[in-house]
Design a protein around this ligand. Structure first.
Ligand code: HEC
Length: 99
């Protein structure tokens, strides 16, 4: 019985680690975009704060696929290349929720 409980705990822990956490995913963006996304990243991006989750997700999917962006889109491709669809959704919803 004890062993079973430990297995269940470990499984639950793994699951919560794998669930996409928008806030955690957005932490690495702050250096360029600002913690509330009100900065022009590297002086060239648009200000993302105030965008809808759909608009953010579309641009991130575009960067990942190489179909969106300006002269510095390569920078953003590197940021989101490893993001799953669920990660993009979670981070977009988090950014859109920043007031
Ligand atoms: C190393 C700096 C840097 C980091 C880190 C970074 N970005 Fe960017 N971001 C940029 C630049 C530069 C652009 C503009 C690229 C272009 O299209 O020419 C941009 C553009 C964007 C845009 C579209 C705005 C526009 O100009 O159309 C979104 C949305 C965005 N970034 C979200 C994110 C998210 C979410 C993260 C974190 C996962 C992130 N960025 C991390 C530099 C960065």
């Amino acid at each position: 019985m004890k062993k079973l409980a430990i297995v269940a705990l470990v499984a639950a822990g793994t699951l919560s680690l794998m669930a996409a956490d928008g806030k955690a995913l957005a932490a690495k963006c702050a250096g360029c975009h600002g913690a509330d996304f009100s900065k022009k990243a590297l002086g060239v991006s648009k200000v993302v704060k105030g965008w809808s989750a759909e608009k953010i997700a579309k641009s991130l999917e575009g960067y990942k696929a190489g179909t969106y962006g300006g002269a510095m889109k390569g920078v953003m491709k590197g940021q989101v290349a490893s993001y799953s669809d669920a990660d993009i959704k979670a981070v977009s919803e988090y950014i859109a929720s920043i007031k």
